[in-house]
Design a protein around this ligand. Structure first.
Ligand SMILES: NC(=O)c1ccc[n+]([C@@H]2O[C@H](COP(=O)([O-])OP(=O)(O)OC[C@H]3O[C@@H](n4cnc5c(N)ncnc54)[C@H](OP(=O)(O)O)[C@@H]3O)[C@@H](O)[C@H]2O)c1
Length: 166
């Protein structure tokens, strides 16, 4: 099964100039806890925005360039989303980690979403798609308050697809 993980602003912005806009250590900790040991699926631009290959995770990068090759045993490049069928149909959880293009493309195949909602609007150039309340229901929320390390209030919100078995 596929799950989305994302941090989004109140106005749905998720990035600017191919970077994240905020630094929220508590959110990064949650990302690491949830995704470690799993497959993470991302677009080529998000891969390029990472500082390095993330440890203890199998990376799948979607890219239209058949020549793209990353020399790392934990990185696999795929050219076609139909090659994700095995991950969609698998009982194990695999994570779609962005960016905006991947969220739009793969949201219809996801059954769960781990969303960090930052309680503030931001300016940016990429956004998360609108969540249709007819398709998704919230199963868990956990509030986080800003402190000396985390500069914004945020809420961890977990959604599941309505009528999903997962
Ligand atoms: N806030 C968050 O949680 C979060 C998480 C992740 C990313 N982001 C932000 O999102 C932004 C990047 O998002 P983005 O939408 O610009 O880029 P992206 O989704 O990361 O990557 C887009 C690229 O994926 C490849 N691609 C797209 N559709 C494809 C298909 N059907 N088949 C094969 N390859 C395909 C293409 O690569 P080629 O051009 O090489 O063909 C395309 O340029 C950055 O600002 C990043 O910081 C935010």
């Amino acid at each position: 099964m596929l799950s989305i993980i994302v941090a989004k602003a109140k106005n749905n912005i998720i990035g600017k100039d191919n970077q994240l806009i905020w630094h929220i250590p508590e959110d990064l900790k949650r990302f690491k806890n949830l995704t470690s040991g799993h497959t993470i699926i991302m677009g080529r631009k998000t891969f390029e925005s990472l500082v390095r290959v993330l440890p203890n995770r199998h990376h799948i990068i979607l890219c239209n360039d058949a020549e793209m090759n990353i020399n790392d045993e934990n990185v696999e490049v795929l050219e076609d989303i139909s090659m994700l069928d095995q991950y969609i149909n698998d009982s194990q959880e695999h994570f779609v980690i962005g960016g905006a293009t991947m969220y739009r493309l793969l949201m219809p195949y996801c059954n769960k979403m781990y969303i960090t909602e930052i309680n503030q609007d931001f300016e940016g150039d990429v956004s998360f798609p609108t969540i249709n309340p007819d398709e998704w229901e919230i199963i868990e929320t956990e509030k986080g308050l800003k402190d000396e390390k985390n500069p914004y209030d945020y809420t961890f919100v977990t959604y599941i697809r309505k009528n999903s078995q997962n």
